[in-house]
Write a protein that binds this ligand. Sequence first.
Ligand SMILES: Cc1cc2nc3c(=O)[nH]c(=O)nc-3n(C[C@H](O)[C@H](O)[C@H](O)COP(=O)(O)O)c2cc1C
Length: 539
Amino acid sequence: MTHAADSADIALAYHARTKHKTERYAAGPETLDWDAQPNPFREFEGCARIALSLDAASISTSFADIYAPDSVRPHALSIASLGVLMELSMGLSAWKEYGPDRWAVRCNPSSGNLHPTEAYVVSRNIPGLENGLYHYLSRDHVLEQRCRSANVAPARAEEHPRLWIGLSSVHWREAWKYGERAFRYCQLDIGHALGALRYAAGTLGWKAKVVENLGCAELATLMGLDRAEEFSGVEHEDCDLLIAIDPHPENDQSCEDGRAPGAWEAAASQWAGHANLLDPRPIYHWPVINQVSLATRGGIASTQADAPNYPPLAEPSKAQAANIILNRRSAQRFDRKLTMSADTFYRMLDCLLVRPIAPWDVWTYSPRLHLIFFIHRVEGLELGLYALPRHPQAAHALQGALRSDFLWQRVDDAPHHLPFVKLMPADCRTVAKLVSCHQAIASDSCFSLGMLSEFEAIVKQDPWRYRQLHWEAGLLGHVLYLEAEAAGLRGTGIGCYFDDLLHDLIGLKTEQFQSLYHFTVGFPLTDERIMTLPAYPGR
Ligand SMILES: Cc1cc2nc3c(=O)[nH]c(=O)nc-3n(C[C@H](O)[C@H](O)[C@H](O)COP(=O)(O)O)c2cc1C
């Protein structure tokens, strides 16, 4: 057997064993000591710290402009605009307080608010910032200087400032609570973080692109994650991806920005810092996470997207983008009496189709995830099961794989280009709640959905894509979060669902497709007892 086949088997087996079933949840801790939660903030002791400014609220870009590539004059890349990028993507947006409990929430959502995703900044020629590698500490909105590098020539007048953001995951933070299924959540969180960075870049008139063909070892070296002595005795961090920020999207040549920076030269680099210990008393151990992590490492090979040419998005929100991003929250309860408008619903769906604009311009992959909707309260739509295949060929494959009595009937009221179809009229509220681990957020909302991924063949061909398919799911979730917020509604990601219950319901018998993430959108009910405090008091 080839190495790739071994790796694919590991990834597929991991996926199968981490399914939640009605009779048993995926293996996880039997008890949780809430007072001994891992520290949600990684920091590096012994690094110089550079405070970033908090200027996001002053960025007037509208939400609509993020989708209109040429409408925002690009901000100059400086330490100040870098501060905005980080604040609106990985930064805190508030502290919450209820009784004796106090917790931070961030612009990027995270399963269980556990935040396994860490962000690193690689800078070159940015005014006000030395060339090198920095860890972003969201708690304080500061950069920790991990590596100071003299191997890149000091700023030459003609060389543009350049910026890359690396993302990694501390699996233990998530595994502490969710056990074996945690690796999936870490990957979904990466997808959200990628989305958060792309929207934040858009507020500054910038683009963001995942760097392709970059090996895991190379990336770990770039992000300093293979420096064993600086992580000795603490939780491991697994590198996921590198994003090139393009601050000159108006300049075609700047697409060389899709490349990785050169490696650090040992002789010309000075490193500092030791990672902190997040959990001094880990009780459980989930070796399968390490196995799937190793099996799904690899380069990020580019593919040619072959998306249809859709018409421009209709009626985007003119509200200030920063305000929407900073106020994004997960709904914890929904109002069961309210119905969302058809216009809002179709606009939200339209944003999920792949166009060469934010956020889908982060990579060249064709969409591989397709949506199965439980429609509960959407104006003009009969209650029932619906589908949005996000790729014309997928519609055909889905029809062959799902129940033969599904209608596949075009919804006439939907915009003509939107491949939105009715599968079956039914009141799905009870089953939607059941499928999502009995969570009422899946039935009290206006709609909930499952993200069906083209699965087995892709993972078999390239095991690394097990991660990337989850990133696509997270990205879809992120669009829904922000679009819901922009429309005065609210969404919530749903990582807890009974995988095969959904598959059985829709008649899926093989692993050709698998559901990777669920989501729900509706009118939120807020818990007035929870206090909201400033993200960075005193600053
Ligand atoms: C991948 C993922 C899975 C999630 N799964 C659930 C879920 O099953 N149930 C739920 O109530 N919230 C879920 N959430 C919402 C998180 O709990 C929420 O993002 C987190 O508490 C932070 O709050 P915020 O989104 O308001 O910043 C999920 C979020 C993500 C990103």
